[in-house]
Design a protein around this ligand. Structure first.
Ligand code: ADP
Ligand code: ZN
Length: 770
């Protein structure tokens, strides 16, 4: 996070020095973004010897302050005014033969740095892969070849009894079919690289280097449906025509769950590729969407670079360089892939465009979906934003004719959408006063539906957006809640870990037996996924139940394995948080239960209703994707809440209509723009004062420049303390970013005066209000 004290906005460009008595002429000059937390671009002199080879996007080393720094050459700059007598310092060194950044990315990052009010050099550095982020000459990443270990015919690990390490490596290799990449084996058995060499010397294994040829199909030839549905065909027709025509064409692909959006993306990218263009596909989370990635891999083989957060530095660099050279023309990745150097971009896809993971919540706080559209516009490409529940921002753009809307209302093979029913938890409460006052976790209708599903050998998903066992502990005598000492939240009891855990700072504690204050007994209330699993296991002892949340999916491998075993139908009931709601395609699932729809409704956020509608629709969409019809049961205390009612009716339009009316009336996005200012620090009084001062500064400028710009706050954030830091916020709302710019500029300038112990972050187009 950019620290306050590190943002000397008004710093004098370090490249400028006092002129010596007889100032020489500067000659050609260049604009450079310095990879330091400083705003603005800097002008340096371009040495004559460098002038011929220097191109925009080149990494350079430049004098900065008292030392040198990594910089990015942006292009020629004007010489300082005649008579200003400023002598510029020269660029010292060119770090690579070829520019690391293509020109379209320079334009995109310039836009992002400006829009999100973040130092350009830092933004560029964050977009680059490791290996290009310090002022060192880059090394070519490992060649695009993969080293395979292949077991010799008849090789037998039992002859290696006296070399256990070699025996283990060989056994592993034989167990996976006699052939595996060295990388894979080393991941499974640390240190196996040397062992494999020894096995090779003994002739038990051969090591083969296989070159990864770009564009060569993997030859897996997995399901490419012969026929598109009518709606798919129309959508594909429009997209390919737009690619042919060239230039910027933004689309919203609004297709119900199971309508086959992925196939539409694949065809659009195929077409772009055939035209010699590239494709960029953004997805919310790779580990949660292995099927989509799998479809791209099987269609395009090694012609696709998959960019996710678990990549090793070396792989990330290799992908970057392969894309940069144009050897690989398709990139599939999470939000940061919006900066992937795909050449000759023809099609950009943002799948599940409504997903909040596209907003980065630290450093450069960008919205990747928005930047994807900007990028497509800047380089003249087709962009497709796809979802069953488009964000209201995107929907409004379609309604105003800025985006062309493609609709797919039917599921593939005319499978019906699942039947959605509500269970009113108010009625399910036990009536006898001497019984527990908590309603059952699984109401009778839900239990019946589960029993039915299990009896038919089908699968069920139970969704609850809360981890842990009990979500709060409260003293039966004095009513005291057990809370985190660093954060303003109550602690969750995690039964399997036998700890209390804070979900904001991650601290854990042993589970107390009694109230720390009065010694009274503690009640464990509130339901998390662990408690649901326990309940299902108790009611259905023969069912195979697994949990999918951040506690159970401890690594990407574990997550993939969990999803795979559910897909192989080794699990009957999957209980989980929103991780189960993503784009999974499990044909065996016929029942989806929402244990409690109310958790997201009550969030103090203007998007609470929208998020609830999206979550409920997405998770419902997991039901009935195969041969058998799907059914959805939603337990709730708010059966009349609009997002709940509209999900039952599969009525996105109706929901959106009402919600947009409300947003218009109260001037929220998409009818207004917002800038959040978040202030935090360890001294509550100091934080309050800074927030107050920044608000006063804004207020003082409002009457003159108001143009419908309004100030909300300052106020303590809904979660008033996290990790020992007190939090306040301030919101600016305005009709356009331009109308808010003078205020935001003033805020940025004021940041230098904020005491170093307080952190202030400007969050443009904020995602969450917590
Ligand atoms: P969505 O992303 O819209 O929810 P998917 O892209 O996951 O839907 O597609 C749902 C299922 O339908 C997948 O199993 C996919 O392989 C299959 N499918 C897609 N298009 C066709 C088609 N034209 N013919 C047959 N099956 C298809
Ligand atoms: Zn905490």
């Amino acid at each position: 996070m950019a620290r306050q004290g590190e943002l000397p906005i008004s710093v004098a460009p370090a490249a400028r020095a006092r002129p010596p008595p007889s100032a020489p002429v500067n000659g050609p000059c260049g604009a450079v973004a310095v990879a330091r937390p400083v705003r603005g671009e800097f002008t340096y002199r371009v040495p004559e010897a460098m002038a011929a080879s220097l191109r925009p996007g080149h990494r350079v080393s430049v004098p900065f302050g008292r030392g040198t720094s990594l910089g990015f050459y942006l292009g020629p700059a004007d010489e300082p005014e005649v008579g200003s007598e400023v002598v510029l310092k020269p660029i010292i060194r060119l770090l690579d033969p070829e520019p690391a950044l293509p020109e379209d990315l320079i334009a995109l990052l310039r836009f992002a740095a400006h829009h999100y009010r973040y130092p350009l050099g830092e933004a560029i550095r964050a977009a680059l892969p490791p290996g290009l982020t310090d002022a060192e000459a880059s090394k070519e990443a490992a060649p695009d070849a993969v080293l395979y270990a292949v077991a010799a015919p008849g090789a037998d690990a039992s002859v290696l009894a006296r070399a256990p390490a070699q025996a283990a490596a060989l056994s592993y290799l034989l167990a996976v079919g006699g052939r595996a990449t060295v990388e894979e084996i080393v991941t499974a058995i640390p240190g196996a690289r040397a062992t494999l060499k020894k096995l090779a010397e003994r002739g038990l294994v051969s090591l083969e280097s296989v070159e990864v040829k770009a564009g060569v199909k993997a030859g897996l030839g997995q399901e490419r449906p012969e026929r598109l549905t009518k709606e798919q065909a129309v959508a594909v027709g429009e997209l390919t025509a737009a690619v042919d025509q060239g230039g910027f064409h933004p689309f919203l692909l609004h297709g119900v769950t199971g309508s086959g959006k992925t196939e539409v993306y694949l065809r659009a990218v195929e077409h772009a590729l055939a035209k010699g263009k590239g494709g960029l596909i953004l997805v919310p989370e790779i580990a949660l969407t292995p099927q989509l990635v799998g479809r791209f891999r099987s269609r395009f083989g090694s012609g696709v670079a998959v960019l996710h957060s678990a990549l090793k530095d070396r792989e990330r660099l290799r992908h970057w360089q392969a894309l940069r050279r144009g050897d690989v023309r398709i990139a599939v990745g999470v939000r940061s892939a919006v900066f992937a150097p795909v050449q000759g971009l023809g099609v950009v896809v943002v799948d599940e465009e409504h997903d909040s993971s596209f907003k980065q919540e630290e450093k450069l706080r960008y919205q990747a979906r928005d930047l994807a559209v900007v990028r497509a516009k800047q380089c003249g490409a087709v962009v497709v934003l796809g979802s069953a529940t488009p964000s209201l921002e995107t929907l409004e753009n379609a309604r105003r004719g800025r985006y062309r809307k493609l609709e797919m209302r039917a599921r593939v093979d005319d499978r019906p959408l699942p039947r959605v029913e509500l269970v009113d938890l108010r009625e399910a409460r036990p009536r006898e006063p001497d019984l527990s006052t908590e309603p059952p976790i699984l109401s009778p209708p839900l239990t019946d539906a589960l029993e039915d599903t299990l009896r038919r050998g089908q699968q069920a998903i139970l969704f609850l957006n809360r981890r842990g066992h009990s979500t709060f502990l409260v003293c039966e005598v004095c009513g005291l809640q057990v809370r985190c000492d660093a954060c303003d939240v109550s602690l969750t009891h995690h039964l399997s870990a036998r700890r209390l855990m804070c979900h904001y700072c991650g601290q854990t504690w042993p589970v107390p037996d009694t109230c720390a204050d009065c010694g009274g007994p503690l009640l464990k209330l509130g339901v998390g996924t662990e408690k649901v699993v326990a309940e299902v296991a108790e009611r259905f002892p023969r069912a195979r139940v697994e949990r999918l949340d951040r506690d159970s999916a401890t690594s990407a491998e574990r997550l993939t394995e969990l999803l795979a075993s559910f897909a192989r139908r080794e699990v009957d009931v999957l209980v989980g948080t929103q991780m189960v709601a993503k784009g999974h395609d499990f044909p065996g699932v016929t029942l989806v239960c929402v244990v409690m729809a109310d958790t997201s409704l009550a969030l103090p956020d203007f998007r609470a209703a929208e998020r609830t509608f999206q979550l409920l629709t997405q998770v419902s969409g997991r039901a009935g994707r195969g041969r058998d019809e799907g059914r959805v049961l939603i337990q709730t205390y708010n059966p009349d809440a609009p997002p709940v009612r509209r999900v039952v009716l599969h009525d996105f339009e109706g929901f959106a209509e009402k919600e947009l009316d409300w947003r218009r009336r109260f001037a929220y996005p998409p009818y207004a723009r917002m800038v959040g200012v978040r202030v935090d620090g360890t001294d509550p009084e100091q934080v309050r004062q800074v927030a107050r001062k920044l608000a006063d500064l804004c207020a003082a400028r409002l009457p003159a420049a108001s143009q419908g710009v309004r100030l909300l706050g300052p106020a303590p954030s809904p979660i008033s303390r996290i990790k020992g830091r007190y939090r306040w916020q301030l919101l600016i709302k305005g009709p356009t970013h331009a109308a808010m710019a003078p205020l935001a500029d003033a805020l940025e300038r004021a940041l230098v005066e904020v005491p170093a112990a307080v952190r202030v972050v400007i969050d443009v187009d904020p995602g969450a209000m917590l």
